[in-house]
Structure formats: C-alpha cells, structure tokens
Ligand binder design. Structure first.
Ligand SMILES: [Zn+2]
Length: 310
C-alpha cells in the first residue's frame, strides 16, 4: 500500500483525527514548488544538514541547500558517521582520512561554514543508543540555534542503510525535544536555551510522501561541484561500476581511468538522470523532492484576532 493510501484509509477509519496530529505534523499531499527568491530573505536563519555520510547531502539536497545559503541562511554540516566503509581500495583508516579531507573540500564548495563530526562507525549506527545520538543533536541544535534541518526522511520506505534511518529518527526527535525546558536542563546552566527546529526538509532514497519540490536549475552547477568534492566516494562508485562491467565484458571509455574527467562525467550523468527526471514531472529543468514540515501555524489566526501588545 502506498503511504498516501495508507493515510487515506487511516483518516477514513478516524485513526488520525485532529486531537492526535497537529497541523504541523499532519501529512499533506499538496505539492508546493519552491523557486528562487530575490534578495536575502533568510538572513539571520540557520540551517543544518544532518547526514551520516558525506555524499548524502550533495546527492539529495545540494541544490536546495545552495539556494537557501544564497538567500541568506548560515549553514552547518553535521556528519554522524565516520564514513570508514566508503572507498574502493583504501584501508579502513585511510578511508576515514580520505573522506575527512573530502568533507573539508565539500564545505568550501558548498558555502556551509562549519562541520561537526559525531564519528560513529559507518554501517553500525543501528547498534547505538538512539538517546545518545539524540542528546548530541539536541545540544547542537540549541547551541547553533538551528531553524531548518535537511536529513533523511525517517518515514522513507525500503531504506537499506541503518545509518540513514538511525540518523533520521534521531534528527526528528531532537528537532522537537530541543525545545523542551525539562529535556537536558543542564544545558541551561551552561547558557543554552530551549530551541526547537521549526522547518524540516526530508529526502529519501526510496518512496516517500513528497510535498515540496525545489527548482534547482540556478544552483545545479554548484550541486555538481559539491558531489565532485566527494572524490573518494565517487571514485568508489565509478570503480564498482567498472568492475561490474568487466564481468559483462564491457567498459565505458569515459570512466575507465577513474580520474578527474571520469568523476566529472559520472557525477553529471548521475545527477542529470535523477534531477532532470524529478524536474520534468513538475515542468522544471532540474529539481529536488522533499517531504517538508514547516512551522506550526495552527494558532496564527487566533493570535491575530485576540493578541494585544504587552
Ligand atoms: Zn548515505
């Protein structure tokens, strides 16, 4: 059953009635197209890209993050895993270092100003205490006063990678709990204040409930550069592909050297295939798709009618 149908069924059965879901979290299937805006309307706001792996953000949200940074946001990157498993022929230790260096390149290309490495072991995050990851994220969300997060959809379907869904679930809970005055009150003695995250852009590798499509035509080239900065990981993809082709007695001449030209060719092919296909469905050249959850506006009308100045 598709998620959309599941919700329709649940609604019909009265399982998702208003008292259980606020306007903020009630799922919506209406798709909003987000386009570039002029000026820097987001000045003063902070976004955090929170992913286990270096290449997750560049693949699924690089165009939108670039767009929002250009419109005034300040951005940080929180990487939850150490990416120790993602290279083709390096040792585990060499892989950690290579991806760490690539992450610095990604930071420079993307315009994100700072990175926090939580350093959990790659492909083993489902073995962790979720409360620990959540606590570290709550601290960072309060410290950085994060308004908007980008992360994997905790309700995306058919996700194979435990790092993805473990991180996603921790992010979703931390966004909410960071606003609680009884959650980790020791933070307040250190000068922090409760601060919940009010906007979420969730992406997924498999099916998800999409309600926000972002036009990334103007930022597509920067997105490409962000993915190309993930040199070790992209080289891994290219060499895996080449090895599978050898088994079929084939080769792709443009990728056979696995050098900078091959990285350029592979990333262009990969992103043009995915982002052009998403864009075509919505009349755009290139697009990224998300499940977006915005600020809770359920009280706005009442406040507008009844609030008075202090
Ligand atoms: Zn990943």
């Amino acid at each position: 059953m598709e998620r959309r149908d599941l919700f329709k069924g649940a609604l019909a059965a009265g399982l998702l009635s208003a008292p259980q879901l606020s306007a903020q979290t009630a799922p919506t299937t209406e798709v909003v197209i987000e386009r570039a805006v002029s000026g820097r309307p987001h000045t003063g706001k902070v976004l955090a890209l929170v992913t286990p792996h270096l290449d997750d953000g560049p693949f699924f949200a690089g165009g939108t993050v670039t767009k929002l940074l250009g419109e005034g946001y300040t951005g940080v990157f929180i990487r939850t895993s150490n990416d120790e498993k993602d290279s083709y022929d390096l040792t585990l230790g060499e892989t950690v270092l290579a991806n760490e260096r690539d992450a610095q390149s990604f930071l420079q290309v993307s315009g994100l100003k700072q990175m926090f490495d939580l350093g959990y072991r790659n492909h083993r995050m489902d073995d962790l205490a979720h409360t620990e990851i959540r606590a570290r994220l709550i601290f960072l969300f309060r410290l950085l006063r994060v308004d908007t997060v980008f992360s994997y959809d905790p309700w995306g379907h058919y996700e194979e990678n435990p790092d993805h869904y473990t991180t996603a679930q921790a992010v979703e809970a931390a966004c909410w709990m960071a606003g609680g005055h009884l959650d980790m009150p020791e933070h307040f003695a250190a000068g922090l204040k409760p601060h919940s995250v009010s906007e979420k852009y969730y992406f997924a590798r498999g099916p998800q409930l999409v309600n926000r499509v972002v036009d990334i035509g103007p930022t597509f080239e920067t997105k490409l550069a962000c993915l190309r900065a993930c040199r070790t990981m992209v080289t891994h993809m290219i060499k895996d592909l080449n090895a599978s082709l050898v088994e079929r007695k084939l080769q792709l001449p443009a990728l056979s050297a696995a050098d900078r030209d091959a990285i350029n060719e592979y990333t262009k092919m990969a992103l043009e295939t995915s982002d052009r296909a998403t864009g075509r469905r919505f009349g755009l050249d290139y697009a990224e798709a998300f499940h977006y959850i915005g600020p809770d506006r359920s009280m706005d009308e009442y406040i507008a009618r009844h609030a008075v100045p202090l």
